[in-house]
Design a protein around this ligand. Structure first.
Ligand code: ADP
Ligand code: CA
Length: 422
């Protein structure tokens, strides 16, 4: 019998189970490179993991790459896959150097930089808002010619950290300064990593938000599921809810697919899996916000796709990264049902004590997963700053209306309880 292929999974947090659970279904063994904030014991215990390979990708990428290459020479593995947004360029470089399937380094750099994504979309004639790049905190006046409201955001951010809506020109300077300060603190400390510095100002896209999860194999894109995120009007953009499948007319779903496929081509994304966020301007016209070349939400987007479309997104992603054709390329999946994700809002922030109401949720038959990634005593900062999701609840429903009702129930019953200020 042929040996099970091994895949190096880089920076997938071991407390988020979806990709680990998929390894068994795909018949692939995992060599886990733990994320910096993961614990060695938890990493070793995670599903499908046969080996743990610590690498200091942030601190010394050259040494990390040569350790990975040494490991490959000792016993070749079949693939390497990114488990979080930050490691996408490192993984692309490793794949190229070892001759494994993956993104080109150019495509990896494009999807890590919102400035590059905006330019590529514009050049390809795809939808894009007016935008201005601000390379220096004092150079914000260039954005005054945009149509207001605008959105100020880090060029290489995540999780809506430092993303601020600005309604009038008088408030722009202050918002750029605030975003710049958050970039300095969290994304490019001391201006050290120049490619992560920089701020983007773009015109506000007025309409509900959606997300599209795709697989890409040898340049062919399949949009697997479209999820509804709803109205997020700012001034800060904390995500709290997603539902799949999005209840939209066929012609709008087709327009979304066309836009998402076009964006893959514009960015040069030819291999792997992606998480694309869009706004439906005026409720009808899809315009891309951004694309991540990884499974969205630390992996939980897998569950929305699997539960709604029947496509085993995480297992398919693992297959693609070891060079195998995804199963859904040859076998049509059977659409499954309605799935929802609820991210408990951070609220005022502080040192977290517990999430009140969560025990009842854990035993609810509609609930598939409850995941807490921050323990008691952890410091959570309120938006536009960000430091983690208090808890994620994934549930399954008979209809979209039932999913909405359950979301409302969770919003009423789940609250983060913070330690008293002393
Ligand atoms: P991040 O990488 O931090 O998630 P995004 O570009 O996705 O950055 O922005 C975060 C959120 O801010 C989006 O999900 C969206 O709700 C809002 N947002 C960002 N840009 C715009 C825009 N041009 N128009 C409307 N909303 C926006
Ligand atoms: Ca985003």
């Amino acid at each position: 019998m042929p040996q099970r292929p091994k895949l190096v999974l880089v920076g997938q947090l071991s407390t988020l189970p979806w990709v680990f659970d998929a390894a068994g279904r795909a018949g692939i063994d995992l060599i886990l490179v733990p994320r910096g904030d993961d614990s060695a014991e938890a990493a070793a215990r995670a599903g499908g993991v046969v080996e743990v390979l610590p690498l200091d990708i942030d601190g010394d990428p050259e040494a990390a790459l040569s350790t990975l290459a040494d490991r490959y020479r000792r016993e070749p593995f079949a693939g390497v896959m990114a488990g979080n947004e930050k490691v996408v360029p490192f993984v692309a470089r490793a794949a190229r150097e070892l001759g494994l399937p993956g993104l080109s380094e150019d495509a990896a750099a494009v999807v890590r930089d919102k400035r590059s994504m905006r330019r590529r979309l514009r050049d390809a004639g795809l939808g894009a808002p007016g935008f201005t790049v601000v390379d220096d905190p004092d150079a914000w006046t260039g954005a005054l010619t945009l149509r207001f409201p605008v959105v100020v955001k880090p060029a290489s951010g995540f999780s809506s950290l430092g993303v601020i809506r600005v309604d009038d020109k008088d408030s722009l300077e202050q918002a750029v300064a605030r975003t710049w300060q958050l970039v300095d603190t969290h994304l490019a400390p001391g201006g050290g990593s120049a490619e992560n510095a920089g701020v983007l100002v773009e015109e506000y896209l007025d309409g509900p938000e959606i997300s599209a999860e795709s697989l890409v194999f040898q340049g062919q894109v399949r949009v697997c599921a479209i999820s509804w995120k709803g109205e997020l009007t700012g001034p800060y953009f904390e995500e709290t809810t997603l539902r799949a499948p999005a209840q939209l007319p066929a012609e709008i779903l087709a327009a979304i697919e066309a836009e998402v496929i076009g964006a893959h081509h514009a960015f040069g994304v030819t291999e792997g899996t992606t998480h694309t966020e869009l706004r439906l301007v005026g409720g009808v016209r899809p315009v891309l916000l951004e694309m991540g070349a990884r499974i969205g939400g630390g992996g939980f987007m897998h569950h929305l796709v699997h539960g709604s479309s029947g496509i085993d997104l995480a297992a398919e992603a693992l297959r693609i990264h070891v060079g195998r054709q995804p199963v859904c390329w040859s076998e049509e999946p059977v659409p499954a049902g309605h799935v929802a994700a609820y991210l408990v809002p951070v609220g005022k922030g502080g040192r977290i004590n517990r999430v009140r109401g969560l025990d009842a949720v854990r035993t609810d038959p509609q609930v598939d997963y409850v995941v807490q990634t921050v323990g008691p005593g952890a410091l959570l900062r309120s938006y536009p700053d960000w430091s983690g999701y208090p808890a994620i609840v994934l549930s399954r429903h008979e209809s979209d209306a039932a999913a909405v009702a359950y979301r409302d129930h969770l919003a009423r019953t789940l609250h983060v309880e913070y330690e008293e200020q002393g």
